[in-house]
Design a protein around this ligand. Structure first.
Ligand code: FAD
Length: 295
Protein backbone atom coordinates (compact mmCIF):
# COMPACT_ATOMS: atom_id res chain seq x y z
CA UNK A 1 0.00 0.00 0.00
CA UNK A 2 1.26 3.51 -0.72
CA UNK A 3 1.58 6.16 1.98
CA UNK A 4 -1.41 8.09 0.63
CA UNK A 5 -3.54 4.93 0.61
CA UNK A 6 -2.53 4.37 4.23
CA UNK A 7 -3.28 7.99 5.13
CA UNK A 8 -6.72 7.68 3.57
CA UNK A 9 -7.69 4.32 5.07
CA UNK A 10 -5.91 4.05 8.45
CA UNK A 11 -8.11 3.99 11.53
CA UNK A 12 -5.45 5.81 13.52
CA UNK A 13 -2.93 8.58 12.75
CA UNK A 14 0.13 7.10 11.04
CA UNK A 15 3.50 6.91 12.76
CA UNK A 16 6.49 7.31 10.47
CA UNK A 17 10.23 7.64 10.95
CA UNK A 18 12.90 9.38 8.88
CA UNK A 19 16.32 7.73 8.50
CA UNK A 20 19.40 9.20 6.87
CA UNK A 21 22.18 7.27 5.08
CA UNK A 22 25.18 7.07 7.45
CA UNK A 23 28.47 8.48 6.17
CA UNK A 24 31.07 7.21 8.65
CA UNK A 25 31.75 3.84 10.26
CA UNK A 26 30.46 5.03 13.65
CA UNK A 27 27.32 6.45 12.05
CA UNK A 28 26.89 3.15 10.22
CA UNK A 29 26.79 1.31 13.56
CA UNK A 30 24.25 3.77 15.00
CA UNK A 31 22.10 3.36 11.89
CA UNK A 32 22.22 -0.45 11.94
CA UNK A 33 21.38 -0.64 15.64
CA UNK A 34 18.66 2.03 15.31
CA UNK A 35 17.09 0.45 12.22
CA UNK A 36 16.88 -2.98 13.87
CA UNK A 37 15.53 -1.65 17.17
CA UNK A 38 13.03 0.69 15.54
CA UNK A 39 11.23 -2.25 13.92
CA UNK A 40 9.78 -2.53 17.45
CA UNK A 41 7.96 0.75 16.93
CA UNK A 42 5.88 -0.84 14.16
CA UNK A 43 5.79 2.41 12.20
CA UNK A 44 3.42 2.71 9.26
CA UNK A 45 6.14 3.92 6.90
CA UNK A 46 9.72 5.10 6.94
CA UNK A 47 11.54 7.57 4.71
CA UNK A 48 15.21 7.87 3.78
CA UNK A 49 16.82 11.25 3.15
CA UNK A 50 18.89 12.07 0.13
CA UNK A 51 22.20 13.81 0.80
CA UNK A 52 24.13 16.40 -1.13
CA UNK A 53 24.82 15.24 -4.65
CA UNK A 54 21.20 14.36 -5.20
CA UNK A 55 21.33 10.85 -6.57
CA UNK A 56 18.55 8.86 -4.98
CA UNK A 57 19.87 5.79 -6.72
CA UNK A 58 22.98 5.87 -4.50
CA UNK A 59 23.08 5.62 -0.70
CA UNK A 60 19.39 6.50 -0.35
CA UNK A 61 18.34 3.52 -2.42
CA UNK A 62 20.82 1.20 -0.70
CA UNK A 63 19.52 2.20 2.74
CA UNK A 64 15.92 1.92 1.53
CA UNK A 65 16.62 -1.65 0.41
CA UNK A 66 18.27 -2.48 3.72
CA UNK A 67 15.26 -1.17 5.62
CA UNK A 68 12.93 -3.22 3.46
CA UNK A 69 15.12 -6.24 4.18
CA UNK A 70 14.58 -5.61 7.90
CA UNK A 71 10.82 -5.86 7.41
CA UNK A 72 9.80 -2.21 6.93
CA UNK A 73 7.11 -2.66 4.31
CA UNK A 74 6.51 0.95 3.19
CA UNK A 75 9.78 2.71 2.52
CA UNK A 76 9.88 6.14 0.90
CA UNK A 77 13.22 7.24 -0.60
CA UNK A 78 13.75 11.00 -0.84
CA UNK A 79 14.88 12.51 -4.12
CA UNK A 80 16.33 16.00 -4.60
CA UNK A 81 17.14 18.12 -7.65
CA UNK A 82 20.65 18.98 -6.36
CA UNK A 83 23.19 18.45 -9.12
CA UNK A 84 20.77 16.34 -11.14
CA UNK A 85 19.84 16.81 -14.79
CA UNK A 86 16.45 15.60 -16.00
CA UNK A 87 18.10 12.54 -17.56
CA UNK A 88 19.78 11.67 -14.23
CA UNK A 89 16.54 12.19 -12.33
CA UNK A 90 14.78 9.96 -14.84
CA UNK A 91 17.37 7.18 -14.37
CA UNK A 92 17.40 7.54 -10.61
CA UNK A 93 13.64 7.55 -10.12
CA UNK A 94 13.12 4.77 -12.69
CA UNK A 95 15.53 2.68 -10.60
CA UNK A 96 13.54 3.45 -7.43
CA UNK A 97 10.33 2.37 -9.14
CA UNK A 98 11.98 -0.69 -10.72
CA UNK A 99 13.09 -1.80 -7.24
CA UNK A 100 9.43 -1.83 -6.22
CA UNK A 101 9.32 1.33 -4.10
CA UNK A 102 5.91 2.95 -4.45
CA UNK A 103 6.58 6.26 -2.69
CA UNK A 104 8.99 9.14 -3.31
CA UNK A 105 9.50 12.32 -1.26
CA UNK A 106 10.21 14.95 -3.93
CA UNK A 107 12.41 17.87 -2.87
CA UNK A 108 14.44 20.65 -4.36
CA UNK A 109 17.26 20.21 -1.84
CA UNK A 110 19.51 22.81 -0.25
CA UNK A 111 22.39 24.67 -1.90
CA UNK A 112 25.74 22.97 -1.24
CA UNK A 113 27.42 23.93 2.08
CA UNK A 114 28.93 27.43 1.89
CA UNK A 115 26.61 28.55 -0.93
CA UNK A 116 23.58 30.74 -0.31
CA UNK A 117 21.65 30.36 -3.54
CA UNK A 118 20.32 27.16 -5.05
CA UNK A 119 21.58 26.71 -8.61
CA UNK A 120 19.77 24.17 -10.74
CA UNK A 121 21.95 21.66 -12.58
CA UNK A 122 22.27 22.00 -16.36
CA UNK A 123 18.95 20.79 -17.71
CA UNK A 124 17.76 20.26 -14.13
CA UNK A 125 14.93 21.73 -12.07
CA UNK A 126 14.83 25.01 -10.11
CA UNK A 127 11.86 24.16 -7.87
CA UNK A 128 10.46 21.00 -6.34
CA UNK A 129 7.13 21.58 -8.15
CA UNK A 130 8.91 20.83 -11.44
CA UNK A 131 10.24 17.55 -10.02
CA UNK A 132 6.77 16.63 -8.75
CA UNK A 133 5.26 17.29 -12.16
CA UNK A 134 8.04 15.30 -13.89
CA UNK A 135 7.51 12.36 -11.50
CA UNK A 136 3.73 12.43 -11.82
CA UNK A 137 4.03 12.18 -15.59
CA UNK A 138 6.75 9.53 -15.59
CA UNK A 139 5.37 7.39 -12.76
CA UNK A 140 1.62 8.07 -12.65
CA UNK A 141 0.95 5.55 -9.89
CA UNK A 142 3.74 6.47 -7.50
CA UNK A 143 2.78 8.25 -4.28
CA UNK A 144 4.57 11.61 -4.04
CA UNK A 145 5.28 13.41 -0.78
CA UNK A 146 6.38 17.03 -0.62
CA UNK A 147 7.79 19.40 2.02
CA UNK A 148 5.85 22.14 3.84
CA UNK A 149 7.16 24.79 6.22
CA UNK A 150 4.88 25.89 9.10
CA UNK A 151 7.32 28.71 9.95
CA UNK A 152 8.00 29.35 6.21
CA UNK A 153 10.93 28.25 4.11
CA UNK A 154 13.98 30.43 4.88
CA UNK A 155 14.18 31.74 1.29
CA UNK A 156 10.49 32.68 1.05
CA UNK A 157 9.61 36.36 1.57
CA UNK A 158 6.58 35.45 3.71
CA UNK A 159 4.43 32.46 4.68
CA UNK A 160 1.61 33.43 2.31
CA UNK A 161 3.92 33.31 -0.71
CA UNK A 162 5.48 30.06 0.49
CA UNK A 163 2.02 28.48 0.79
CA UNK A 164 1.20 29.56 -2.78
CA UNK A 165 4.34 27.73 -3.90
CA UNK A 166 3.36 24.72 -1.81
CA UNK A 167 0.04 24.73 -3.61
CA UNK A 168 1.92 24.56 -6.93
CA UNK A 169 3.53 21.30 -5.73
CA UNK A 170 0.15 19.88 -4.83
CA UNK A 171 -1.34 21.01 -8.13
CA UNK A 172 1.60 19.34 -9.89
CA UNK A 173 0.61 16.02 -8.32
CA UNK A 174 1.94 15.74 -4.75
CA UNK A 175 -0.27 13.42 -2.68
CA UNK A 176 0.62 14.63 0.79
CA UNK A 177 2.79 17.09 2.70
CA UNK A 178 5.27 16.42 5.49
CA UNK A 179 6.27 19.48 7.48
CA UNK A 180 9.59 20.80 8.59
CA UNK A 181 10.12 20.34 12.33
CA UNK A 182 8.51 22.80 14.75
CA UNK A 183 8.49 22.93 18.55
CA UNK A 184 5.38 25.06 18.98
CA UNK A 185 2.18 23.33 17.86
CA UNK A 186 0.51 26.64 17.17
CA UNK A 187 2.79 26.94 14.12
CA UNK A 188 1.39 23.66 12.72
CA UNK A 189 -2.27 24.37 13.46
CA UNK A 190 -2.11 27.88 11.97
CA UNK A 191 -0.22 26.56 8.95
CA UNK A 192 -2.87 23.89 8.29
CA UNK A 193 -5.59 26.51 8.57
CA UNK A 194 -3.81 28.79 6.08
CA UNK A 195 -3.15 25.90 3.67
CA UNK A 196 -6.83 24.91 3.77
CA UNK A 197 -7.85 28.54 3.18
CA UNK A 198 -5.51 28.56 0.17
CA UNK A 199 -7.26 25.50 -1.25
CA UNK A 200 -4.70 22.83 -0.31
CA UNK A 201 -6.70 19.73 0.60
CA UNK A 202 -4.08 16.94 0.85
CA UNK A 203 -3.03 15.47 4.24
CA UNK A 204 -0.44 17.56 6.11
CA UNK A 205 1.68 15.33 8.33
CA UNK A 206 3.56 17.14 11.11
CA UNK A 207 7.30 16.44 11.29
CA UNK A 208 8.61 16.32 14.86
CA UNK A 209 12.08 16.38 16.31
CA UNK A 210 12.05 14.87 19.81
CA UNK A 211 14.71 17.14 21.27
CA UNK A 212 17.43 15.60 23.43
CA UNK A 213 19.65 18.62 24.09
CA UNK A 214 20.09 22.34 23.65
CA UNK A 215 23.13 21.65 21.51
CA UNK A 216 20.95 19.62 19.14
CA UNK A 217 18.51 22.55 18.80
CA UNK A 218 21.38 24.92 18.04
CA UNK A 219 22.79 22.51 15.43
CA UNK A 220 19.39 22.08 13.72
CA UNK A 221 18.89 25.85 13.65
CA UNK A 222 21.95 26.24 11.45
CA UNK A 223 19.98 24.72 8.56
CA UNK A 224 16.31 25.32 9.35
CA UNK A 225 14.37 28.12 11.01
CA UNK A 226 12.08 27.32 13.91
CA UNK A 227 10.87 29.07 17.03
CA UNK A 228 11.88 27.62 20.40
CA UNK A 229 9.11 28.27 22.95
CA UNK A 230 10.34 30.22 26.00
CA UNK A 231 9.13 27.57 28.44
CA UNK A 232 11.03 24.77 26.69
CA UNK A 233 14.15 26.92 26.41
CA UNK A 234 14.00 27.85 30.11
CA UNK A 235 13.63 24.20 31.17
CA UNK A 236 16.42 23.02 28.88
CA UNK A 237 18.72 25.79 30.13
CA UNK A 238 17.92 24.84 33.73
CA UNK A 239 19.09 21.30 32.92
CA UNK A 240 22.34 22.44 31.23
CA UNK A 241 24.52 20.41 33.58
CA UNK A 242 22.32 17.35 33.73
CA UNK A 243 22.10 15.53 30.36
CA UNK A 244 19.55 13.01 31.68
CA UNK A 245 17.21 15.77 32.87
CA UNK A 246 17.81 17.68 29.61
CA UNK A 247 16.75 14.64 27.57
CA UNK A 248 13.74 14.04 29.85
CA UNK A 249 12.67 17.67 29.36
CA UNK A 250 12.92 17.48 25.57
CA UNK A 251 11.21 14.11 25.21
CA UNK A 252 8.36 15.04 27.58
CA UNK A 253 7.84 18.13 25.46
CA UNK A 254 7.68 15.96 22.31
CA UNK A 255 5.17 13.62 23.99
CA UNK A 256 2.92 16.56 24.86
CA UNK A 257 3.29 17.92 21.34
CA UNK A 258 2.24 14.57 19.85
CA UNK A 259 -0.81 14.19 22.11
CA UNK A 260 -2.02 17.68 21.27
CA UNK A 261 -1.38 17.28 17.53
CA UNK A 262 -3.32 14.03 17.38
CA UNK A 263 -6.18 15.49 19.42
CA UNK A 264 -6.17 18.43 17.01
CA UNK A 265 -6.64 16.11 14.01
CA UNK A 266 -3.11 15.55 12.64
CA UNK A 267 -3.21 12.61 10.19
CA UNK A 268 0.12 11.24 11.39
CA UNK A 269 3.36 11.99 13.18
CA UNK A 270 6.62 11.89 11.23
CA UNK A 271 9.55 11.48 13.61
CA UNK A 272 12.97 12.95 12.93
CA UNK A 273 14.86 10.50 15.14
CA UNK A 274 18.25 11.03 13.46
CA UNK A 275 18.73 7.23 13.36
CA UNK A 276 18.58 6.97 17.19
CA UNK A 277 16.17 4.29 18.39
CA UNK A 278 16.47 5.02 22.11
CA UNK A 279 14.66 8.34 21.63
CA UNK A 280 11.47 6.58 20.50
CA UNK A 281 11.71 4.09 23.35
CA UNK A 282 11.90 6.72 26.08
CA UNK A 283 8.97 5.46 28.21
CA UNK A 284 6.73 8.57 28.09
CA UNK A 285 7.26 9.03 24.35
CA UNK A 286 6.81 5.33 23.54
CA UNK A 287 3.60 5.18 25.59
CA UNK A 288 2.33 8.24 23.76
CA UNK A 289 3.15 6.75 20.33
CA UNK A 290 1.46 3.49 21.34
CA UNK A 291 -1.69 5.41 22.29
CA UNK A 292 -1.64 7.12 18.89
CA UNK A 293 -1.59 3.71 17.21
CA UNK A 294 -4.36 2.49 19.54
CA UNK A 295 -2.14 -0.17 21.15
P1 FAD B 1 10.71 24.15 -3.08
O1 FAD B 1 9.33 23.69 -2.85
O2 FAD B 1 11.18 24.24 -4.49
O3 FAD B 1 10.86 25.55 -2.35
C1 FAD B 1 12.14 26.17 -2.18
C2 FAD B 1 11.96 27.69 -2.09
O4 FAD B 1 11.57 28.20 -3.37
C3 FAD B 1 10.85 28.13 -1.14
O5 FAD B 1 11.26 29.32 -0.50
C4 FAD B 1 9.65 28.38 -2.04
O6 FAD B 1 8.75 29.32 -1.49
C5 FAD B 1 10.36 28.93 -3.27
N1 FAD B 1 9.61 28.70 -4.52
C6 FAD B 1 9.00 27.56 -4.92
N2 FAD B 1 8.45 27.71 -6.13
C7 FAD B 1 8.73 28.99 -6.53
C8 FAD B 1 8.45 29.77 -7.68
N3 FAD B 1 7.75 29.28 -8.71
N4 FAD B 1 8.89 31.05 -7.74
C9 FAD B 1 9.61 31.59 -6.71
N5 FAD B 1 9.92 30.90 -5.58
C10 FAD B 1 9.49 29.62 -5.49
N6 FAD B 1 16.90 18.17 1.89
C11 FAD B 1 17.78 17.30 1.35
O7 FAD B 1 18.80 17.71 0.81
N7 FAD B 1 17.53 15.95 1.39
C12 FAD B 1 16.42 15.42 1.96
O8 FAD B 1 16.23 14.20 1.96
C13 FAD B 1 15.48 16.33 2.53
N8 FAD B 1 14.33 15.87 3.09
C14 FAD B 1 13.41 16.77 3.58
C15 FAD B 1 12.19 16.28 4.09
C16 FAD B 1 11.24 17.16 4.60
C17 FAD B 1 9.94 16.62 5.14
C18 FAD B 1 11.52 18.56 4.63
C19 FAD B 1 10.51 19.52 5.23
C20 FAD B 1 12.72 19.04 4.11
C21 FAD B 1 13.66 18.17 3.58
N9 FAD B 1 14.86 18.62 3.01
C22 FAD B 1 15.76 17.72 2.47
C23 FAD B 1 15.18 20.05 2.99
C24 FAD B 1 14.75 20.73 1.66
O9 FAD B 1 15.43 20.16 0.58
C25 FAD B 1 15.09 22.20 1.78
O10 FAD B 1 14.29 22.83 2.73
C26 FAD B 1 15.11 23.00 0.47
O11 FAD B 1 15.72 24.25 0.72
C27 FAD B 1 13.74 23.26 -0.13
O12 FAD B 1 13.22 22.13 -0.67
P2 FAD B 1 11.68 22.11 -1.18
O13 FAD B 1 11.46 20.80 -1.79
O14 FAD B 1 10.78 22.56 -0.11
O15 FAD B 1 11.78 23.24 -2.32
Amino acid sequence: MTVIQKLKTAKHPLISVEFFPPKTGAAQDIFTKGAVELTGLKSDFVSVTCGAGGSAAGPTLEISKRLRGLGYDSVMPHCTCVGMSRAELARSTDEIAAQGFQNIMALRGDPPRGEKLFKPAADGFRYAAELVSFLRERHPKICIGTAGYPEKHPEAPDLKTDILHLKEKVNAGADFITTQLFLDNRAYFEFVEKCRAAGITVPIVPGLLPVISLEQINRMRTFCDFHVPAELLKNLEAAQNDPVQMERTGLSWASEQISELVEGGAPGIHLYLLNRAQTAFYPELFACLSRVRGR
